[in-house]
Structure formats: C-alpha cells, structure tokens
Ligand binder design. Structure first.
Ligand code: 2PG
Length: 254
C-alpha cells in the first residue's frame, strides 16, 4: 500500500499574532481573520479532494478551533481526533507576552534573530510563577512543562511522536491533517525536506494555508527540496502562502 498524504496546517491568525506578541504555549484565541482562514482552509481541502481521515492537533485552542472550522467546511467533523502536547508551539520562555518589535528594538537584530530563529539557542527561561508560565496548568499534569525551548528541543519532543503515532496512520495510507503552529510545523518541514540546521532559520510558515506532502517510507518528502524558501510541499493557496510567509519573517519590523 502506498503511504498516505500529510497535510500540515498552521492555525489561523491569533489575537497575539495580530498584536505582534511572542505566544508560545500561551493559549490565545483566533481573530475574525483567523476564523475566516480556518473556514477557507476547509474549502481548499474539499476543492482539492484532500479529505482528511484523521486529525492531529496540539493542546492549544488556536490550532483546535482552526481545525474544527476547516473540518466543518470540508464536512469532515466526524473524523477521529488525536490531541497531543508534542504538537504545541515552541515554548518561548521569558519572551512569551512580549511585543516582537519592541523586543527587537531593545536587544538588537542579532539577539532577536538568535532567539527567534536559531536552531539551538533558547530564549531566557520564564519564571515558573510568572503570568505567562504554564506550570500547574491541568492539561499538562503528566508533562514536564518546559520553561523555554529552542527549535532543537521541539524536534526532540515531536519527531519520535511523529514517527510512531502520526507515522502509523501515514503508513496505513491515510490522509492525515496536522493542525499545529509556526515552529512545531517548522520542525516537521525540516525533517520532511531535509533542511539543514542553519538553513531552517529562513523558513516561515503562513497561517491557515494547508501544505500538502507526499511521503516515502522514511516519512520524508518524496522529493525533498532542502531549500527553506521553497519547501517541496504544495500550498493549496500558493500566492497567499508567499505573502503570509514574508509577513511572518517581517514581524520584528512592525
Ligand atoms: O510567537 C510565537 O509563538 C511564534 C508563532 O506565532 O512566533 P515566531 O514566528 O516569532 O516564532
């Protein structure tokens, strides 16, 4: 049997995307634009005959709600759903809640980019008792809640789960929808397209635009591109994807 299709979908615009705040594990709502993006994503799936057999989401409502909106407009609300913290956004440590442009002004371009896009430099740890810490949140009762994460930390927590759980459904030939976040999806695209630790800094994922991969038996893209500016997956709205990725890249400048 051939492997199934993998559809990656970042959540629609969130309130903290709109206010340009580092979000991480903070559980924020969608904006009206984000709701519209979720509904449209489902229409794109249906128009392209990409009807998911199973949904995987993080434990964060911006991904959960986007996926529900998409499944509603694709008339697939009935499919099985698996939620797991390993698909959560990268924990942004002490930066959670801070404005991105103000942070860049305060610490300078180089430090800002190191924290935001380097592979292995985490931001400073959050105070476990601070306003935006997730320590003590009941949904993570069985998890050692991080106080900060770099992308490498996300790769370490997510990839074994991807290979085992999501991978089992792909190997069974299913069409799998993964509704997650900018940086957890960057970790997946890094693997799928075999992008280097250095080059992954240039990859930005737009909101609410399904990105479709055909995968081989190692669960990599059948035609890995290695180019962070042109991943081999197919965006269902390529024009909006290019504009959306450029907007994410420019978030420090607002
Ligand atoms: O704030 C965040 O959690 C992420 C995604 O919105 O931001 P960035 O693109 O800066 O990594």
């Amino acid at each position: 049997m051939s492997n199934g299709k993998l559809i990656l979908m970042r959540h629609g615009e969130s309130e903290w995307n709109a206010s340009n705040q580092f979000t991480g594990w903070q559980d924020v709502n969608l904006t009206d634009k984000g709701v519209a993006e979720g509904k449209r994503a489902g229409l794109l799936l249906a128009e392209n005959s990409l009807l998911p057999d199973v949904l995987y989401t993080s434990l964060l409502k911006r991904a959960i709600i986007t996926a529900n909106l998409a499944l509603e407009s694709a008339d697939r609300l009935w499919i099985p759903v698996v939620r797991d913290w390993r698909l959560n956004e990268r924990h942004y440590g002490a930066l959670q809640g801070l404005n991105k442009a103000e942070t860049k002004d305060k610490y300078g371009d180089e430090q800002f980019m190191l924290w935001r896009r380097s592979y292995d430099t985490p931001p400073p740890a959050i105070d476990p008792d601070g306003e935006y810490s997730q320590v003590g949140d009941p949904r993570y009762a069985d998890v050692e809640v991080p106080l900060t994460e770099c992308l490498l930390d996300v790769v370490k927590r997510l990839m074994p789960y991807f290979q085992e759980s999501i991978g089992a459904d792909l190997r069974a030939g299913k069409t799998v929808l993964v509704a997650a976040h900018g940086n957890s999806l960057r970790a997946l695209v890094k693997h799928l397209d075999d992008i280097s630790d250095a080059d992954i800094a240039q990859l930005n994922i737009p909101t609410g635009n399904p990105l479709v991969y055909e995968v081989d038996e190692d669960l990599r893209s059948v035609s890995p591109s290695k180019d962070p500016l042109a991943p081999s997956g197919r965006y269902l709205d390529p024009e909006a994807a290019a504009a959306g990725a450029a907007a994410v890249a420019a978030q420090g400048n607002k």
